[in-house]
Write a protein that binds this ligand. Structure first.
Ligand SMILES: Nc1ncnc2c1ncn2[C@@H]1O[C@H](COP(=O)(O)OP(=O)(O)OP(=O)(O)O)[C@@H](O)[C@H]1O
Length: 676
């Protein structure tokens, strides 16, 4: 190129051209605009004929943007410019490399073709070669900077869509809907005809395409080594294919044929799970109008990364909710309220009516009649079934511990409070709190409980923060609460709060044939547990079961059947096998030789008094038969030792001799406690 040595004129021309270019640069937001606005002015200000940006596409140079008359590209000069990486100036050409941005991606696919700014002159220029050099370099750098910022704002836009979409995906639980949503996002973002997610069935060596867009209600299944998708799976790398330049054998045309579709171009990227393992391939087909390039692969990879997280999270959520449902179902089946007696049926009908409400329920009934079973039944029939069921034995809570047990305490609240403890109310949040033996709660405890029930907030002992609790309370007692109110032993206001609905369970001896129904249920249950065939009950056994007064109610029947299952190996159970007349419990209850059935009806007392006398006798004999060992006697009676003491005091029995065995276990009981 013919240039002047540097002169004053040269400097003026150069300054004019540069200041014009800078002024135009300020308003340019795209490299295309920069070239179409700046280049013509620049060319004319320095007296050049034509110029533009040329690109090396797969080894061939072509004009990407050109101003002025068309020219034959000087390929040798362009190659030399590439090699030298600095402006090349000849008699008629001036070329400067437009450097690539390195920040777009570290993907191996991200190799954008080299570009050169090329200017042509047919006459002697008014610029020195040094000035021309600077000017061309300035323009090439400006093009690069604007292209960079263009690319970055495009990436920001794409990433914003990816993030917004992925946040939406995390809310979708349904698999089909999620995959469709992901594929739709890809088709919009990549402007393509179809997008499919292929999940890898490793065991069957298959890739299952879902959703197979355009193929309604069908999953597309391909071998995991077939086509470009197979290549991606095997290599773990993104692949681009287009029909114009790439090998035809790489695409799986059988899929096209099956679905009357023609693939022209595709991009596919691996989808990786949490441990970076490949879980599938994400594919986009037929870019509308053009072929896919590295930028599309990059966007699809972004989508694939978030799609994999969403798919795995949905799977994990589904598994969790399935296992939660299973656990709830198992727990609910354990809380089956078995019984066909009209009174039990009525209780069940009433229970089912109130279960779905949040009304407080008071369950009344003798020990062992199934009050906790009924409370669980209410819980599992309610909308709170997936929440916790927490049972508290109020009789076992001494006043000093009641508050901390029910409402929790903060660390350091009292001497032994080494750490913060969550109370039962908080534990039951979202579920049901079963307050068993509510009649045994101390007056102080009753007042505190009432306050929490009214305010629906708890404050931990030693804390100041109020903690809202959403808990349904079910209380139970075998005590005459109304009588206790008269005697000022139970708060009337608490009674009305707890007793919005009351359900009364009949004693087992008043349930007729339910004894047999329950006996058979327990036989099946325990025999199943130990893996043996359940034996049948002979007539003598049935009649013994029906005649026996069952002072320990269903709990006693359950214990008897459990013992039978373990100890009686024959396939038929006789009355003798039941040992109702010889087992400690029954031996104590029934004088030897006395017919079981007559005992129940010959008594001169009312049923409640008879039961009281019977219980006193029964306990005395248990203690006797255990040689005065209260722990053993309690266990024989199916009671906790502390509850045996309490029961004795309740029955007016003298506990002073036995009291010497101080009760160390009486402080706090949780859901698993059985008390009578
Ligand atoms: N209707 C029933 N169907 C099946 N099992 C039952 C039924 N009622 C009670 N049981 C069984 O009897 C035992 C005692 O039941 P539960 O603990 O519910 O009685 P309770 O009235 O709460 O006793 P307590 O007053 O001593 O606390 C449990 O093992 C329970 O599984």
């Amino acid at each position: 190129m013919m240039t002047h040595p540097e002169t004053k004129t040269d400097t003026t021309a150069w300054l004019q051209a540069v200041s014009q270019m800078v002024a135009q640069l300020v308003d340019c937001d795209s490299s295309e605009k920069l070239l179409s606005v700046t280049l013509p002015d620049l060319l004319s200000s320095v007296g050049m004929a034509s110029g533009g940006v040329v690109i090396n596409d797969a080894g061939t140079w072509r004009c990407q943007h050109w101003t002025g008359p068309q020219v034959t590209l000087p390929t040798d000069l362009l190659e030399e410019t590439l090699d030298r990486s600095q402006p090349t100036i000849t008699d008629s050409w001036c070329a400067s490399l437009i450097r690539q941005t390195s920040t777009a991606s570290d993907s191996p696919l991200w190799v954008t073709p080299p570009k050169v700014l090329l200017l042509q002159s047919t006459k002697r220029l008014s610029l020195s070669s040094g000035s021309l050099n600077h000017m061309v370099d300035l323009l090439a750098n400006s093009i690069r900077l604007i292209a960079d910022s263009e690319l970055k704002s495009k990436r920001i836009g794409q990433l914003a869509v990816v993030l917004k979409s992925s946040a939406a995906w995390l809310q979708i639980d349904d698999d089909e809907q999620l995959l469709r949503h992901i594929a739709d996002t890809a088709t919009q973002l990549l402007q393509c005809e179809r997008a499919s997610i292929f999940l890898w069935d490793k065991r069957r060596k298959k890739l299952i395409g879902r959703p197979a867009l355009g193929i309604e209600d069908k999953a597309l299944e391909v071998s995991d080594d077939a086509g470009v998708v197979g290549e991606v799976l095997q290599s773990g790398e993104a692949k681009i294919w287009n029909s114009v330049s790439d090998d035809e054998s790489r695409v799986n045309r059988s899929v096209d044929r099956q679905h009357a579709f023609q693939t022209h171009s595709l991009v596919a990227v691996p989808m990786r799970g949490q441990r970076n393992e490949i879980i599938g391939v994400f594919e986009a087909i037929n870019h509308r109008g053009r072929i896919f390039d590295a930028e599309h692969a990059l966007v699809l990879s972004d989508l694939a990364q978030h799609a994999a997280v969403a798919i795995q999270a949905a799977g994990a959520r589904r598994q969790l909710s399935e296992s939660c449902d299973r656990l709830v179902r198992d727990a609910a089946s354990d809380a089956q309220l078995i019984g066909a007696h009209p009174d039990v049926r009525q209780v069940r009908i009433n229970a089912d009516k109130v279960a779905r409400t949040d009304l407080s329920v008071l369950i009344l009934g003798k020990n062992g009649t199934g009050k906790e079973v009924l409370a669980r039944h209410l819980h599992y029939q309610s909308d709170r079934r997936s929440g916790p069921f927490i049972a508290v034995n109020c009789a076992a809570l001494v006043e000093s511990l009641l508050e901390s047990e029910l409402f929790g305490h903060e660390r350091g609240a009292f001497t032994d409070a080494n750490q913060t403890r969550v109370g039962k109310f908080e534990l039951a949040n979202g579920g049901t709190l079963f307050l068993d033996e509510i009649g045994d709660m101390s007056p102080g405890g009753q007042a505190k409980l009432l306050r929490v029930l009214e305010e629906k907030v708890v404050v931990r002992v030693g804390g100041s923060q109020t903690i809202p609790v959403d808990v349904r309370v079910i209380a139970a007692t075998n005590q005459p609460l109304e009588q206790m109110i008269v005697e000022k032993r139970f708060r009337e206001d608490l009674y009305f709060r707890l007793n919005v609905v009351s359900l009364t369970l009949p004693a087992l001896c008043d349930r007729g044939d339910d004894v047999l129904l329950l006996a058979e249920h327990f036989l099946q249950h325990f025999c199943y547990q130990i893996g043996r065939q359940a034996p049948t009950l002979t007539d003598s056994a049935k009649s013994a079961l029906l005649s026996y007064p069952w002072p320990g109610n269903i709990r006693e029947l359950r214990n008897t059947m459990e013992r039978v299952c373990y100890l009686v190996t024959q396939s038929q159970i006789t009355a003798d096998d039941l040992s109702l007349a010889t087992s400690p419990g029954s031996r104590l209850a029934v004088p030897s030789g006395a017919p079981l059935v007559s005992r129940r009806f010959d008594t001169p007392h009312e049923l409640s008094e008879s039961t009281r006398i019977f219980q006193i006798e029964h306990i005395k004999r248990a203690i006797e038969s255990c040689g005065g060992n209260m722990t053993e006697a309690a266990s024989l009676l199916g009671l906790h030792r502390s509850n045996l003491y309490r029961k004795m005091r309740q029955l007016g029995m003298n506990t002073s001799e036995s009291d010497s065995e101080s009760d160390s276990n009486s402080e706090s009981e949780t859901e698993s406690d059985d008390i009578s």
